[in-house]
Unconditional design. Structure first.
Length: 373
């Protein structure tokens, strides 16, 4: 039996899902993948260049694709899969998940996992998640709402709100519409004053943990969905997930997340790696072992599966609209650096309660320096 080497991220959604799926790979392809995992922080920040040499398959975040391509660390799937196979994966992925890994006309990863900013709530403590942002403010005033906004997550909320306001980042030939950005940041500042201070150093997993283990808070917003928390037995209490709040009630504009599986340029058997990647992206695995082990599939067949929704209190069905209407971050060489530096500026402005036109111009300057120059 052949063994490939893989790198994923250290969470049941990222690791257990592929480990359990090895059973199907063994029976169908007579191979297994020896998976290792890096932290969630490294998944978001670590360049692919730092770990591609030791693996055949890599689970990566789509904003890293351009940098990975320019550093010659990934291989395009067009070299190994047929156009009909790639078209099938595109047609059956959730929303723009498959297309988010397309760069310079080629496919550099397959959407094995998908997510977007959504809401979570405790059904035993409140009736539903807020639909409008005005509802969010009212719930926050009661002291029962959480909003994770450590730097990387505060940038995600900023990007989401900009898209919801009709001025997505890098739209209309500019990084930001500065007047809309100021309006969005002022709204975020207002929200930050209504949630506990620990939210400023929390990520969506931290908030989900608090919601699932304490009765002090009822709702979390702008949380990347983790279906694990919607499953009986994962934590003390079950969370229900629903669409992202919006200004118009349509739940559009949420920043698309998720993870794609890519072929390392250092793979000793890239043809086989490509075949395994496709197999892991298809319903046979995505709707069975992958989701059963805590995975959050990228294939829409799994999201519409009765068994997957039964397992997760309709996590997939209740958030699919948000995923299908999500906003995709631009695939630009250098984008991870823009995202990182912008997140620091926004976080500092929000936590020090100082949002001004200078804050907005600083964001524009980051983009000009890192992308245009």
């Amino acid at each position: 039996m052949q063994i490939l080497r893989g790198m994923t991220w250290d969470h049941p959604r990222g690791l257990d899902s592929v480990l359990l799926s090895n059973s199907i790979l063994q029976s169908e392809l007579n191979l297994t993948v020896d998976w290792r995992a890096r932290s969630l922080l490294d998944f978001g920040d670590q360049p692919v260049l730092e770990f591609f040499n030791d693996v055949d398959l890599m689970v990566i975040d789509h904003p890293h694709v351009p940098d990975a391509v320019h550093s010659n660390t990934v291989l395009p799937f067009e070299n190994f899969l047929t156009p009909p196979e790639l078209e099938l994966l595109s047609r059956t992925s959730v929303g723009q998940s498959h297309n988010s890994y397309t760069y310079q006309g080629k496919q550099w990863a397959l959407a094995i996992d998908t997510a977007a900013q959504v809401s979570a709530f405790r059904a035993d403590l409140t009736d539903c998640a807020p639909v409008f942002w005005s509802d969010v403010i009212e719930v926050a005033k009661k002291g029962t709402l959480l909003w994770s906004h450590k730097p990387v997550d505060i940038f995600s909320t900023f990007a989401t709100l900009m898209a919801q306001k009709g001025s997505p980042l890098c739209g209309d030939g500019q990084f930001i519409n500065e007047s809309v950005a100021l309006e969005v940041l002022e709204f975020m500042l207002e929200l930050s004053t209504l949630v506990p201070d620990f939210c400023a150093s929390s990520n969506p997993i931290d908030v989900a943990e608090i919601l699932a283990t304490s009765d002090d808070y009822h709702v979390g917003v702008c949380m990347y969905g983790y279906s694990n928390y919607a499953r009986v037995g994962f934590r003390e209490r079950v969370l229900l997930y629903d669409d992202l709040p919006s200004f118009d009630g349509r739940a559009s504009g949420s920043q698309l997340g998720g993870a794609g599986i890519a072929i390392s340029a250092a793979s000793v058997n890239p043809e086989l790696a490509a075949r395994v990647a496709m197999f892991l992206s298809m319903p046979l695995i995505q709707s069975t072992t992958y989701v059963q082990a805590g995975g959050q599939p990228g294939n829409v067949c799994a999201w519409k599966s009765e068994s997957a929704n039964s397992l997760t209190h309709n996590f997939f069905r209740n958030t699919l609209r948000t995923l299908e209407r999500a906003w995709v971050r631009p695939r630009l060489f250098g984008w991870p650096d823009v995202q990182y530096e912008s997140s620091q500026i926004i976080h500092q402005g929000i936590t020090t309660r100082k949002i001004t036109t200078v804050t907005v111009k600083s964001l524009s300057e980051v983009y000009e320096r890192l992308i245009r120059e």
